[in-house]
Design a binder for this molecule. Structure first.
Ligand code: CP
Length: 314
């Protein structure tokens, strides 16, 4: 694999998932692969799982890890070309990405959307600028529109826990007091469209994801009907895409309950707001896979980084 900016970068999904499951059984089998190599993990936003699991994955492969919180510790970056930099931006991405590439062999990047300017967010300016001006591969640790490491961990989890060849998987919108990005549901939907699953999305009016994300996936307004006979229920809040970044509804009747999901397995990327997105009874039950999902973040990241290192060595 040359890079991992989005799911389109995966040459063979089945192989990537199988490799992740194999690495989970033998985490240090490729400890020599990353010797004398460094990953630079650059964060514009907060993280718990992505930061720790990606660091652990790289270390399992023998890599050195540099972590930098760019907003608090770096110079404020300029991304526009031709700007007269007499304002608050002190360093241009052209120099920053090129310089960082001298110090590390892989750049991993987290940069959330503004949720105020749809066109700008859809352009993925930060991710694309790093990709353009870096001379090393870029790994997406959640960008404005995609969270492919999370989606790979979700695919691994469904592969491990499915008990029929083609399980029914439902992505359900759930309420949240703050406006949240579309990256997780976008990548989850795209991943489910690649797997052999019976996939549908349920969300209220005004909350449809981008048409290119929905594709041919059915979108059902009636959450109860959508959840009937589900094998996996993936809950997530996202803000409106059409009325971009807005909260149109905070209806608690969309919260996920045991009564609604019956015997289905419950998934969420975390962090999750208890008794807002999902009731305690679900998270505290054996039906919840959220901890196993978070564990799989390590093996997803390790499978991706291993594939990139192998491509570099080829
Ligand atoms: N799921 C996820 O990406 O978690 P963090 O934001 O804590 O990294």
């Amino acid at each position: 694999m040359k890079q991992y900016r989005d799911l389109n970068d995966i040459p063979d999904l089945d192989r990537l998932i199988e490799q992740a499951i194999s690495l989970k059984k033998d985490p240090f089998a490729f400890k020599e692969l990353g010797r004398n190599k460094t990953i630079g993990m650059l964060f514009f936003n907060s993280s718990l799982r992505t930061r720790l699991s990606t660091q652990k994955a790289a270390q399992n492969l023998g890599m050195e890890v540099i972590v930098m919180n760019l907003n608090s510790d770096g110079w404020k970056l300029e991304f526009e070309d031709g700007t007269i930099m007499d304002g608050d931006t002190a360093e241009h991405i052209r120099e920053a990405a090129a310089v960082i590439s001298q110090y590390v062999d892989i750049i991993a990047l987290r940069a959330f959307p503004s949720l105020t300017n749809k066109e700008e967010d859809q352009k993925e300016m930060i991710l694309n600028s790093f990709s353009t001006y870096a001379s090393v591969p870029v790994v997406n640790m959640e960008s404005a529109t995609a969270h492919p490491l999370q989606a790979l961990a979700d695919a691994i989890t469904i592969t491990e826990f499915k008990n029929k060849p083609k399980p029914k998987v439902v992505l359900s919108w759930a309420p949240h007091p703050r406006a949240l990005p579309h990256a997780v549901p976008n990548s989850f939907a795209k991943m489910m469209q690649l797997l052999d699953v019976d996939f549908l999305i349920t969300n209220p009016e005004g909350y449809d994801l981008a048409p290119e994300i929905i594709g041919n996936t059915p979108v059902v307004r009636d959450q109860k009907a959508a959840l009937a006979d589900a094998d996996f229920v993936y809950a997530k809040n996202w803000s409106s895409f059409t009325d971009y970044g807005k909260i149109l509804l905070n209806d608690p009747s969309w919260m996920i309950t045991l009564d609604k999901i019956r015997s289905a397995k419950f998934m969420h990327c975390l962090p999750v707001r208890r008794n807002v997105i999902v009731e305690d009874a679900v998270l505290n039950s054996d039906q919840s896979l959220v901890i196993q999902q978070a564990n799989n973040r390590t093996w997803a990241a390790q499978s991706v980084i291993k594939s990139i290192l192998e491509e570099q060595n080829a």
